[in-house]
Design a protein around this ligand. Structure first.
Ligand code: MRU
Length: 350
């Protein structure tokens, strides 16, 4: 199976998700600025994968640093963290990963060693930490799969939106991880993948990933979800998340909110699968989640070809917020949270 991201002696290697499914090519970033650009341009995307990339970007920047004193390296760390943090504002895993790397960095620099030894120690320790973030993410997704599989029906069709699979994480996936675990447990599921306008993560990535795995997948356009729900063809919806507020409001790929409202109207359970690192309990509600606004050309063009009149005004909020009242349950690596989420999420987060 493909590797979404890995640390190599040459740098941070990632599958180029802007080229899938036409080409399976890999990009090696040799500088932290290249990692930042890969996140911004969505060579790598999906909240947990962005977190792994951010951790590796920080490790790469520190490893390549020419600083000779702790003071110089601290200033450089701030530049690296700032550059990586400015790439995508909604996925909280990015900020979580940078903060985690900063804690390890500061702990090592606080010790009694001479500067030269501290610099050498921090360089190798941050590489280990970033590799740890990747390995943990895969284990977390498998745990989510174990907790979430029981929620899905024994047979029938499950709808998903965007790509919350191995490509969006260190491996295995969040929402697709739960589906994978359910299929591995013997459930006879098939997946309806929303194409996910405008960036087409569903058409390009989810369809490709599930076909690689041999899980039956049917691609539908976003506008068809309501029709199939009304026909009784969809038994459950499961999606990932980019940030979840303390009250259980969920920011996820634009279009998720519409799917959640439709599911509610049709009495279909709407599940969210996300690691604890996607919770942002400092935010009381989803209204406080920053929503990334991307280039309007991602709406007016398809694969570089204009599909709208020249100079037409277009908007591209990349995420929306699903109010918690439409969320049936949130699957995490520590168990399943149910309403009222303010209590259940706080308990799970510890
Ligand atoms: O813009 P993207 O492709 O990074 O958005 C990704 C999503 O919205 C995913 O559903 C989310 O990050 C969860 S990924 C496990």
């Amino acid at each position: 199976m493909f590797k979404t991201i890995e640390w190599t002696d040459d740098g941070v290697r990632m599958i180029d998700q802007t080229k899938l499914p036409r080409e399976e090519v890999y990009l090696t970033c040799r500088d932290y600025r290249e990692v930042a650009e890969a996140i911004r341009s969505m060579v790598i995307r999906g909240a947990p994968a962005i977190g792994v990339a951010a951790a590796m970007g920080v490790a790469l920047g520190v490893k390549n640093s020419q600083a000779t004193t702790v003071t110089e390296l601290r200033a450089e760390f701030d530049r690296i963290a700032e550059t990586i943090s400015r790439t995508r504002p909604t996925a909280v895993n990015l900020f979580w990963a940078v903060d985690r790397m900063r804690r390890v960095f500061e702990e090592l620099l606080a010790g009694p060693l001479p500067d030269a030894e501290k610099l050498a120690a921090v360089k190798s320790r941050l590489v280990e930490e970033a590799q740890g973030v990747l390995a943990e993410d895969v284990a977390i997704n498998r745990a989510m799969g174990r907790h979430g599989a029981a929620l899905l029906p024994d047979a029938g069709t499950v709808l998903t939106h965007c790509n919350a699979g191995a490509l969006a994480t260190g491996g295995y996936g969040t929402a697709l991880g739960v589906i994978r675990a359910a299929v591995a447990a013997g459930k006879k599921l098939q997946v309806f993948a929303d194409e996910t306008r405008p960036f087409l993560q569903g058409a390009r990535l989810t369809a490709w990933e599930l076909m690689q795995d041999g899980i039956p997948v049917t691609l539908i356009s976003d506008s068809m979800a309501g029709h199939f729900m009304k026909q009784g063809e969809i038994k459950a919806v499961i999606v990932g998340a980019d940030r979840i507020a303390a009250n259980g409001d969920v920011a996820n790929k634009i279009g998720t909110y519409s799917v959640a409202v439709l599911a509610h109207v049709h009495g279909i359970p709407f599940y969210v699968a996300a690691p604890i690192s996607t919770l942002d309990l400092r935010l009381a509600s989803g209204d406080l989640i920053p929503i990334e606004e991307r280039s309007s050309t991602e709406v007016t063009q398809l694969a570089g070809i204009s599909i709208a009149p020249a100079n037409v005004v277009a908007r591209h909020p990349a995420f929306d917020v699903t109010p918690h009242r439409y969320v049936t349950a949130i699957v995490t690596e520590r168990g399943v949270a149910r309403p009222p989420f303010t209590e259940s999420l706080r308990t799970l987060a510890g």
